[in-house]
Ligand binder design. Structure first.
Ligand code: NAG
Ligand code: NAG
Ligand code: NAG
Length: 346
């Protein structure tokens, strides 16, 4: 018989005890993942020469397996909906331990109680254990789904609500939110159908986002009995920001000589995405300088610099130069100005 030898019982709980024919019968709960093999050891006092059964006793009485009195230990008949199963067999001392692979069809009768019997010897039956089978199913898909963020740029001060959902688990998953290895506070809920299968939802509110949240990875982790490892989904935030702009190359009221070249450098604050720099003179129309360059800035943004070389002429005396940094994702811009220039040799 094609039965996997890997027997995994995730959880065994003593569920209740009752008296039957003067013997205390204990119900053990076996929590098993779908697809795993489970063993039910029979602990009745076994008599050869009598029929032997494994019987589902709850919710209804259904014979799973019968071995007649005169059959060898490895010969038995599967009954009812178990008839065609190749993953059920008997093993152990006197061939009384039932081994079966837990399937989705078994899940339909989740909560079944199973026990071994020798009906001719009910009065002498010294069986002490009856099993409750609880089948767990992994969520489908295994990894949880995060909604509420599609990778767009977010502005400072805005807030975000992320929703994590894990569907179809039995029992529903436990969901937690994490950032940088720290667990976050979130709200949780779940819904289940009559078989105990259902969905888990967790909602995370992130208030007052800051540039420092750029690149922040928010993880939703699902753990569940039928998952061999924690399943993780995450979103990575992109913040739009632009810090203050500066101009270097001229100090207020310093005299500079006509006929020389004055080079001003405009440097944007850290910006995400990278800022565009333009110049203007005395409030006139915008133009670009030279040697535009970028380097890494704060919070994963870029610092953009650009030079403006001015061949000083008498008419530059009193001129004021302004550089403006703009960020394509933001309506605000940042400006910095120098001047009026003090040009000698006018
Ligand atoms: C196996 O069967 C024999 C014969 O009936 C019996 O004496 C023995 O106790 C049984 N062993 C177990 C573990 O039930
Ligand atoms: C067992 O297999 C036979 C032949 O494929 C089929 O006719 C029958 O319905 C099956 N019985 C059960 C209980 O699945
Ligand atoms: C779980 O979610 C799925 C998909 O949204 C839905 O079809 C199903 O009815 C939900 N189940 C429960 C128990 O809420």
């Amino acid at each position: 018989m094609a039965v996997t030898e890997r027997v995994v019982m995730v959880l065994v709980l003593v569920w209740g005890t009752q008296m039957q024919y003067g013997v205390a019968v204990t119900t053990k709960r076996l929590v098993v993942q779908e697809g795993q093999s489970v063993e039910f050891p029979c602990d009745l006092r076994y008599y050869t020469g009598r029929d032997f059964y494994w019987v589902r006793v709850r919710p209804d009485v259904t014979v799973i397996l019968k071995r007649t009195a005169d059959s060898p230990l490895d010969e038995f008949i599967l009954r009812n909906q178990y008839r065609n199963r190749t993953d059920i067999r008997l093993k152990g001392p006197n061939g009384t331990t039932l081994q079966m692979v837990v399937r989705r069809e078994d899940e339909a009768t989740n909560g079944v109680y199973i026990e071994c019997q020798q009906p001719q010897s009910l009065q002498e039956d010294k069986r002490k254990t009856r099993y409750e089978l609880v089948v767990t199913l992994p969520p489908d898909p295994r990894a949880p789904t995060i909604t509420g963020y599609n990778g767009e740029f977010l502005e400072s001060g805005s807030s975000l609500t992320l929703t994590c959902v894990s569907t179809g688990g039995k029992p529903p998953s436990d969901l937690t939110w994490w950032r940088d290895g720290r667990q976050l506070t979130a709200s949780h809920s779940h819904t289940t159908d009559s078989t105990g299968q259902g969905n888990a939802t967790s909602i995370l509110d992130i208030p007052a986002l800051q540039p420092a949240d750029n690149g922040g990875a928010y993880q939703c982790r699902a753990s569940q009995l039928a998952l061999s490892q924690v399943e993780i989904s995450q979103v990575t935030l992109r913040m739009a920001f632009l810090e203050d702009t500066t101009i270097t190359g001229y100090t207020a009221e310093t005299a500079v000589d006509s006929g020389t070249t004055l080079t001003l450098t405009c440097t944007s604050g850290s910006s995400n995405p990278a800022a565009t720099i333009t110049w203007s003179r005395d409030g006139g129309s915008a133009f670009t300088g030279t040697n535009n360059r970028e380097q890494a800035g704060n919070y994963g943004g870029m610092v953009t610099s650009q030079d403006l070389a001015i061949s000083l002429q008498p008419q530059h005396n009193g001129a004021q130069y302004t550089c403006r940094a703009t960020n394509s994702e933001l309506s605000v811009h940042r400006e910095s100005s120098v001047g009026p220039l003090n040009v000698r040799g006018k």
